[in-house]
Design a protein around this ligand. Structure first.
Ligand code: SF4
Length: 345
């Protein structure tokens, strides 16, 4: 496979183009063709001379990650399945919320996930490997090239635990800011609670939003669905997050998937209020996205409203995430599962 150019910064692009006998100006044209115009091919970069495009076609490809499948929901949510150069698959979701111009891409940081959360379709895939920096970026490029739309917000909430792949995720975030022009405040990294990773973020005064997949304030309940709780209990994680907010000045987002009969009771809502009372945070309640790979159910509307009221009464800002892509395989891991012979049990 020829070398691929998506993921290269301007300086790297200049070096490559110089080797082909081209000027810095030509490098900027290719750079803009990728990051500003999301051209699908060198031939779409019509500001480049034809002979130079041919030279590029002979020696390079734009992306060695390819779009393998795409599903579009009736609400506009799109799910993308990507094939990596080694044949592994990973996925991303593009969401547009009513009345907002923002386009949020939920991207992956790994192929599969090693964390084994019981309610997660990705966990059923097992863990294959971490994504490299350019593979993370190629997800955004391919989404923009396919749709012709500009992604404005990024959430690392697809396959994988981003804090286990900080060596590639942190450089990818730098490139998202510099090359894709997506500001720190529009980037969210979600973790299930990897304490060494949170400490690393504090060390570098990380400015994007950090979200914690909390899902139960109760040690026993959380442990029963999230094995990470055994190693990093949520109380300790919250302590680390508190330290993080002190050095970054940023608010943490609490992600709480409400699952019927598991964690949606008023008792758990009160326990949650207590746990996060001293943490500078907002709370995002998410209705469980039912899927054929896990037997958990979506909560009743009344339970959601009650839970929300209790947490709001404690003084926290609470949002309930709108359900997106219910008619497609929008839950993380579902689309890859369809392509994986071994994922169904
Ligand atoms: S919920 Fe997140 S951390 Fe847990 S298994 Fe799924 S992808 Fe991994």
């Amino acid at each position: 496979m020829a070398n691929s150019l998506v993921g290269k910064n301007l300086e790297e692009m200049r070096e490559i183009v110089a080797q082909l006998g081209g000027s810095n100006f030509r490098a900027t044209q290719i750079y803009n063709g990728i990051y500003l115009k999301s051209c699908k091919s060198f031939d779409e970069m019509t500001d480049l001379p034809k002979a130079f495009r041919e030279q590029l076609n002979e020696q390079y490809v734009l992306s060695d990650v390819i779009l393998k499948d795409k599903q579009v929901s009736s609400d506009g949510t799109m799910k993308f399945l990507f094939e990596l150069s080694d044949g592994n698959l990973t996925e991303a979701v593009l969401m547009r919320f009513d009345n907002r111009a923002n386009l949020t891409a939920c991207i992956s940081s790994q192929v599969g996930c090693p964390m084994g959360c019981a309610f997660c379709a990705t966990a059923k895939l097992g863990f294959k490997r971490s994504l490299k920096t350019d593979e993370i970026l190629k997800q955004i490029y391919l989404i923009q090239a396919d749709t012709g739309l500009k992604v404005t917000n990024i959430v690392f909430m697809g396959q994988g635990e981003p804090l286990l792949n900080l060596d590639n995720v942190l450089p990818a975030i730098d490139r998202l800011r510099e090359d894709f022009k997506i500001g720190s405040r529009r980037i969210t990294v979600s973790t299930c609670g990897i304490i060494p990773g949170i400490r690393k973020l504090a060390e570098i005064k990380f400015q994007p939003t950090v979200a914690i997949s909390l899902h139960s304030p109760n040690h026993e309940v959380r442990k029963s669905v999230m094995p990470v709780e055994t190693k990093y209990p949520i109380k300790d994680v919250i302590d680390e997050l508190r330290k993080l907010t002190v050095v970054t000045g940023r608010r943490v987002t609490i992600e709480y998937i409400l699952i019927k009969g598991l964690n949606d009771s008023p008792k758990e809502a009160k326990e949650l209020c207590e746990l996060i009372s001293k943490l500078k945070c907002n709370v995002n309640l998410i209705l469980y996205n039912e899927n054929e790979y896990c037997s958990y159910k979506k909560p009743d509307r009344n339970a959601v409203l009650k839970f929300k009221c209790i947490v709001e009464a404690s003084g926290k800002k609470v949002t309930v995430r709108l359900e997106r892509g219910a008619d497609i395989d929008a839950a993380c891991g579902q689309l890859s599962s369809k392509y994986s012979e071994n994922s169904k049990k």
